[in-house]
Design a protein around this ligand. Structure first.
Ligand code: FAD
Length: 312
């Protein structure tokens, strides 16, 4: 089964996808947005208070912000389908994307805004304590952890950066790393070692999360050599063990970098295929914020609009 040819299909309903949809809709391009079957609204729907999205002096709940972004795009004519795209054929002038029911949707341009997933520890209670003491983003949530004892898990540059940043707020930061040495670069390591608020637990992994009243109340850690366990009474846990960009669908068609992120011809959002654009965390190694994702969604819609105009 095949539908008519659209001007713009957007894959993803996070800040990047919804902002791309808003701009494309206001340009009269009637975008069709595939928001995913179970993750409609993207990463911010998994958090509570968002205090750093401009325009909300009192903060805003993540799910509310995403509902409002969706409503704003719909108001101008964006059409939403809350389903996964399961296959794509992006090489030709007319692109094809297939939804989970097997329907093929055709479009002249496709904006890929599928985001990236934070890697998890895989522990019980990890998801339910997200936004309740457990976080994956110091820039987003550090401010909520003033005068608290915090654990950062990870041994790479991101973990060192998060730990160092968190010392602005925290009483103490313990870096828990399952190996005996850090992977982080020399300069990041030195900075963390020199910080009096940061201590290190090497050869150590998190074994269990404890909660009280729905908030993180402590952790049990395990020595990876001896198997001994002990409790750390931290009320903040920042997990910094990496991200997985959602690009499985596009391998073999769109150019990816060595970590699997979508490559674009920066500062534009053009991918290696004409008419296909990338926006948000699926492209972004560095900033990974709602506002930067929204900004690149805007850029992708403008790039798509110009691409279509040049062909009209
Ligand atoms: P996402 O928001 O991840 O959205 C990706 C979308 O793609 C989803 O809708 C998903 O359903 C869809 N998708 C994926 N694959 C497919 C497919 N095959 N078919 C159809 N759809 C698909 N940032 C801040 O600025 N401030 C904060 O306070 C903040 N707090 C955060 C708290 C948490 C717990 C998390 C996880 C992140 C937080 N962030 C915060 C980061 C912010 O959420 C991300 O940077 C932002 O959401 C990225 O937007 P995106 O549109 O690129 O991707």
């Amino acid at each position: 089964m095949s539908a008519g040819i659209r001007e713009v299909v957007v894959i993803g309903s996070g800040p990047a996808g919804y902002t791309a949809a808003l701009y494309a809709a206001r340009a009269q391009l009637r975008p069709l947005v595939f928001g995913g079957a179970i993750f409609v609204g993207g990463s911010l729907t998994t958090t509570t208070e968002v205090e750093n999205f401009p325009g909300f002096p009192d903060g805003v709940q993540g799910p509310q912000l995403m509902d409002d972004m969706r409503a704003q795009a719909e108001k101008f004519g964006a059409e939403m389908i809350d389903d996964d795209i399961v296959a794509v054929d992006l090489a030709g002038e007319i692109k094809e994307v297939t939804d989970s029911a097997g329907t093929v949707h055709r479009a002249r341009t496709v904006i890929v805004a599928t985001g990236s997933g934070y890697r998890k520890l895989g522990l019980p209670k990890e998801d339910e304590l997200s936004g309740r003491g457990v976080s994956w983003c110091a820039t987003c949530d550090g401010f909520f952890f003033r005068d608290r004892d915090i654990v950062v898990v990870g041994g790479g540059d991101t973990a060192m950066e998060e730990a160092t940043f968190l010392t602005r707020f925290a009483r103490s930061v313990t870096v828990v790393h399952r190996r005996s040495e850090l992977r982080a670069s020399q300069v990041m390591r030195q900075r963390a070692f020199a910080d009096a608020k940061i201590s290190f637990a090497f050869d150590t992994e998190i074994a269990e999360l404890h909660d009280e009243g729905g908030m993180l109340a402590g952790l049990t850690v395990r020595d990876t050599v001896t198997g001994d366990t002990r409790r750390i009474d931290a009320t903040g846990l920042f997990i910094a063990i990496g991200h997985d960009p959602r690009t499985e669908l596009f391998g073999g068609q769109l150019e990816l970098d060595h970590e699997g992120y979508l490559k674009v011809d920066s500062p534009s959002t053009r991918t290696n295929l004409p008419g296909v654009f990338g926006a948000g965390d699926v492209v972004d190694h560095t900033y990974r914020q709602a506002v930067t994702a929204a900004a690149s969604g805007c850029a992708a819609a403008l790039d798509a609009e110009r691409y279509l105009s040049a062909r009209a």
